[in-house]
Write a protein that binds this ligand. Structure first.
Ligand code: HEC
Length: 141
């Protein structure tokens, strides 16, 4: 499924691994690592859609994604900064909107977790990708 790859590229999964090297602020580092875990779970889903991974494997990845998405608000709550951070100050000026966008990812992941066919999962995965992009567009440099 070509679309899955396109979504993964959009959300920056390919470059996730080295993005937070050299970050000194521990809170910033922690939220970046959370984002990297999100990206890793999304990658399992995107790759699995393409290769036809088992339903159990996909449900587990979606559950992990949902869990990780549920930690975004806590990880970002302290307004911390670092020269390497790509987070915009608008996050804390619009906290309830930021929180709503993290909730949207939790919901999209729950839909992916509940999917029982590849077609359903494909739709849910696109919703996941849209939730990542919707937040990055406004709150990430
Ligand atoms: C509610 C907002 C929000 C959602 C939803 C969100 N992100 Fe992020 N993401 C951010 C912000 C803000 C940053 C920048 C953090 C920083 O640099 O301090 C970021 C950074 C990242 C990074 C770079 C991490 C690093 O090491 O610098 C990756 C990769 C990433 N996000 C992937 C994802 C993926 C994949 C999803 C969806 C499955 C997602 N994000 C959903 C807000 C969000």
């Amino acid at each position: 499924m070509k679309q899955a790859c396109v979504i993964l590229m959009c959300i920056g999964v390919a470059t996730a691994a080295l993005a937070h090297t050299g970050v000194k602020n521990a809170a910033v580092k922690a939220r970046m690592e959370g984002m990297s875990r999100l990206a890793a779970h999304a990658k399992v889903l995107g790759t699995g859609l393409r290769t036809g991974a088992s339903q159990a494997e996909m449900t587990a990845a979606a559950a992990a994604l949902r869990h990780e998405a549920g930690t975004i608000a806590t990880l970002f709550m302290p307004q911390e900064d670092d020269p390497k951070s790509e987070a915009r100050a608008a996050i804390w000026a619009n906290w309830s909107d930021f929180k709503a966008r993290s909730d949207a990812l939790v919901e999209a992941s729950a839909v992916a977790q509940a999917a029982t066919t590849p077609a359903e999962l494909n739709v849910a995965f696109r919703r996941v990708g849209a939730a990542c992009s919707a937040c990055h567009k406004v709150y990430r440099d």
